[in-house]
Design a protein around this ligand. Structure first.
Ligand SMILES: [Zn+2]
Length: 205
């Protein structure tokens, strides 16, 4: 159908659009969906090809606009917080995850962790805490080796603050109750009184 009369053609088109509104809208949406995918793919391909460049640019931008970057991060965090929380709740309620968690909470490891933390807290609360960094430095000059096993401290055997009378047994966090010990001795001494530990150390040697 060839329209030579422009006015008639315009009239026809207008009428067509009016009567096919919904169908045209649907077509438009479909075409947009198609384009959207393509655009996304193109953007992805571009990003992949220029990864280093884009990263450097983003880093520079973050450095140049620290305030804006922080605000954007905060906004993004807030925007996704609800979703994230919901996802975490959902994950936690999975039977397999719940079972794992129950098993862990009953395990000796979890109990030890729990009781250890609580006992430490209680012990700390009752102890005299009076120990300065200078006092620790002085102790280190005095003791170049572990106070228990006698091995010299170095990069791999760093001195730790051992409580001669453990906090849990009423010892204090003070200069006269602290000795530099290697991590191994500090750990294996645990809450034992020092004489008992020395004896055990001597017997095992
Ligand atoms: Zn030691």
């Amino acid at each position: 159908m060839a329209y030579t009369d422009k006015a008639r053609l315009r009239e026809y088109n207008r009428e067509y659009y009016r009567t096919h509104k919904e169908a045209r809208r649907a077509t438009g949406r479909k075409s947009y969906e198609k384009r959207k995918e393509k655009c996304r793919d193109m953007a992805r391909a571009y990003y992949a090809a220029h990864k280093e460049e884009r990263r450097a640019y983003a880093a520079k931008h973050r450095e140049e606009y620290p305030e804006e970057t922080r605000a954007a991060l905060r906004a993004s965090y807030a925007r996704h917080a609800q979703k994230r929380r919901a996802e975490a709740r959902e994950r936690a309620s999975l039977p397999s995850v719940r079972q794992k968690r129950r098993k862990y909470l009953r395990s000796p490891k979890a109990k030890e962790y729990r009781y250890g933390r609580e006992a430490k807290k209680r012990a700390r609360a009752g102890a005299v805490v009076d120990f300065t960094a200078e006092e620790w430095e002085a102790l280190l000059t005095e003791h170049e080796c572990c106070a228990y096993c006698g091995q010299p401290f170095d990069l791999f055997r760093k001195p730790t603050r051992d409580h001669v009378v453990p906090l849990i047994r009423g010892g204090n966090h003070t200069k006269d109750n602290i000795l530099p010990a290697c991590p191994s001795c500090n750990c294996s001494k645990g809450a034992r009184p020092v004489e008992e530990f020395r004896e055990a150390l001597a017997n095992s040697a």
